[in-house]
Design a protein. Structure first.
Length: 119
């Protein structure tokens, strides 16, 4: 059985400026998955840096509110929203609320630095 707690992972500032804790990654544990799973935080009033991944990504909003931008589209997001981000999309998220915007990121196949372009 493999169980990891959020508090077991060190928080770091990701390339897009969000605060991240990587929970699952096939290169960092002996687990048979293709994807990576991370916990992200964007502070009130903050916006992640415009970026693009070669892989697909899903955000699942847990707390807070914001506006998700994917290519030329934007939409308000709230807890319970799952957002599919196609490979190669230019994306960023803006926290419009007064509390942290907290979400889960799933990247498939697993996130790798060389697959991300910060703009």
């Amino acid at each position: 059985m493999f169980i990891i707690k959020l508090t077991d992972r060190e928080e770091f500032k990701a390339g897009d400026g969000s605060l991240l804790r990587e929970l699952l990654h096939p290169d960092k544990a002996d687990i048979a998955i293709r994807y990576s799973l991370a916990h992200a935080i964007v502070r009130p009033g903050q916006t992640t840096t415009l970026h693009s991944l070669k892989t697909s990504e899903v955000y699942y909003i847990m707390e807070g509110e914001g506006i998700m931008h994917i290519n030329e589209e934007s939409s308000k997001v709230h807890p319970g929203a799952a957002i599919y981000i196609p490979p190669g999309s230019r994306q960023y998220i803006h926290n419009t609320g007064k509390t942290d915007l907290i979400f889960i990121c799933i990247v498939d196949p697993a996130w790798r630095r060389e697959d991300e372009e910060i703009m």
